[in-house]
Design a protein around this ligand. Structure first.
Ligand code: NDP
Length: 247
């Protein structure tokens, strides 16, 4: 695992948005950030799941969370701008974004990949993350320092047969990380941009991709949190444009 021991108050006072916060790695990241003092904004498409995370955070007496229901497939620029306006009026600024929500699409060869599904995967995994980042940049510029973490994958560095649109979307995520990191380093040097490769992790997405794999053999979302904490806290203030492995 990435070697980092987070101080318990690492994220005190920070406002952090997590996409796909209702399940899997995003759920654990949201709870972990709240546990370390952050006010988390829970973005996702299934309100019931977001409410369960919200309630858990409240029960633990971590800083009160906020819920933003948004389906990243179908959301348009106006929806992201409204979201930015809501966050601005509620919190004034934002210190971190974890772009975590993604879909797997279909595991099949590219020659027969369905075009509508290809476009959907690219919309959820790439386009929506670009527009969300664009909408929130002005609020990140208001923070003393801010961190954007994208979520990549092993197949975003070396594509493997039958990973289709998902692999292409993760290559695009790596490119988006590098572009934002290098461009913002001159225009907004207080904002750093990096990517996380979680590695094989025990979630629904992994089970769908590898149905015959024994889940007990995999790292849990809790196991991989050190890197997620490191990138959101000030200890990573000088880290920019990196794609790091959580395992
Ligand atoms: P899960 O499928 O378990 O969780 C994904 C989350 O994203 C869910 O909360 C889901 O919401 C949300 N989401 C999906 N589509 C949308 C949408 N259209 N709008 C809003 N929210 C949406 O995935 P993981 O936790 O496994 O993956 C998290 C990230 O890590 C992804 O980017 C994935 O590519 C990456 N990753 C994961 C690996 C693994 O082994 N698990 C390995 C490498 C990378 P809902 O619950 O409503 O479906």
């Amino acid at each position: 695992m990435f070697d980092y021991q987070a101080p318990s108050q690492l994220l005190d006072g920070k406002i952090i948005l997590v996409t796909g916060a209702g399940d899997g790695i995003g759920k654990t990241a949201a709870i972990t950030y709240a546990k370390h003092g952050a006010t988390v904004i829970l973005l996702g498409r299934t309100i019931k799941k977001l409410e369960a995370v919200y309630d858990y955070i409240e029960k633990q007496q971590y800083p009160q969370a906020a819920i933003v229901p948004l389906n990243l497939d179908g959301a348009v620029e106006h929806d992201f701008q409204e979201l930015a306006n809501t966050i601005e009026s509620e919190f004034g600024h934002i210190d971190g974004i974890l772009h975590n929500a993604s879909i797997l699409g279909e595991r099949c060869d590219l020659a027969s990949y369905d075009q509508a599904l290809f476009e959907k995967v690219m919309r959820v995994n790439v386009t929506s993350q670009l527009i969300l980042t664009q909408a929130l940049l002005p609020l990140m510029q208001k923070a003393k320092t801010a961190s954007i973490a994208f979520t990549s994958s092993g197949v975003g560095r070396t594509a493997k047969a039958n990973w289709g649109a998902y692999a292409i979307s993760k290559f695009a995520t790596e490119a988006m990380t590098q572009l934002f990191a290098s461009e913002l380093s001159t225009t907004s040097p207080s904002i750093r941009v990096n990517a996380i490769n979680p590695g094989a992790t025990r979630t629904n997405m992994r089970a769908n991709a590898f149905p015959s794999e024994a889940p007990e053999t995999l790292a849990t979302p809790e196991d991989i949190m050190p890197l997620y904490l490191y990138l959101m806290g000030d200890d990573s203030a000088s880290v920019n444009g990196q794609s790091l492995d959580a395992q």
